[in-house]
Write a protein that binds this ligand. Structure first.
Ligand SMILES: O=C(O)c1ccccc1NCC(=O)[C@H](O)[C@H](O)COP(=O)(O)O
Length: 211
């Protein structure tokens, strides 16, 4: 199976267009006010309205409440919810309440961190392994940090999964070859400044993913 790609933290029609033209399977819309990629509901609605359903729209959240989810789902016409720092029971409740696919982000620095993924069986439909950000960091993701891919060697994945954290157009092919990731996710690696996506880097990332 070819590896598919999610371009995360898109904020403009132009960069969403670049992701779609380049063959991205998923686009990520961030709903977390401290993030430089945060979208308010009106902005998200404007971006999502013209999009075809062939590209999966993923809303990215940090332990969201129901009101946030309801407004974001409606605005972004979301297919999938990517949940950071959200306990397994809450993920299960969100999946049941919304009927949407839920991905759980697992923050990885050590091999023991990977075991967290098993707690999401029956709740999440996919695990996104992402680099753990430092204590006190403003964001739980989107910081261009990479974890040691060797940690995934021999790991028995309890659920479908995706690789994230510090990927870019230069290293993504190696990451796929090294880990066998079925889906890769990128944000800062296709930006020219925090929150500012670069269309050429998006194209290069997607080309490298498909090579
Ligand atoms: O990107 C954000 O600003 C963000 C904010 C809050 C929670 C999650 C966030 N990003 C999650 C992602 O899916 C990123 O693509 C992932 O962490 C990889 O980011 P990067 O290492 O910058 O490629």
């Amino acid at each position: 199976m070819p590896t598919t790609a999610k371009i995360c933290g898109l904020t403009t029609p132009e960069t969403i267009g670049a992701a779609i033209r380049g063959g991205s399977s998923h686009i990520g819309l961030v709903f977390f006010p401290p993030s430089p990629r945060h979208l308010d509901f009106d902005r998200a609605a404007g971006l999502a309205a013209p999009l075809p359903d062939s590209v999966t729209r993923v809303g990215v959240f940090v332990d969201p409440d129901d009101a946030m989810l309801d407004r974001a789902i409606a605005a972004g016409r979301l297919h999938t919810l990517q949940l950071h720092k959200t306990a397994p029971a809450r993920v299960a409740a969100i999946a049941g309440r919304t009927g949407l696919e839920c991905w759980s982000a697992v923050a990885v620095r050590t091999r023991a961190d990977l075991d967290e993924a098993r707690h999401f069986i029956g709740a999440a439909t996919r695990i996104l392994y992402d680099a753990k950000t430092p204590p006190g960091a403003a964001l739980p993701g989107g910081m261009g940090l990479r974890f040691d891919w060797n940690l995934l060697d021999g790991f028995r994945h309890p659920l479908p999964w995706a690789l994230s954290g510090g990927l870019d157009p230069v290293n993504v092919a190696e990451a796929i070859a090294r880990t066998g990731a079925p889906l890769v996710d990128v944000s800062s690696g296709v930006e020219r400044a925090p929150g500012v996506k670069d269309m050429d880097k998006i194209a290069a990332f997607l080309q490298a993913t498909q090579a």
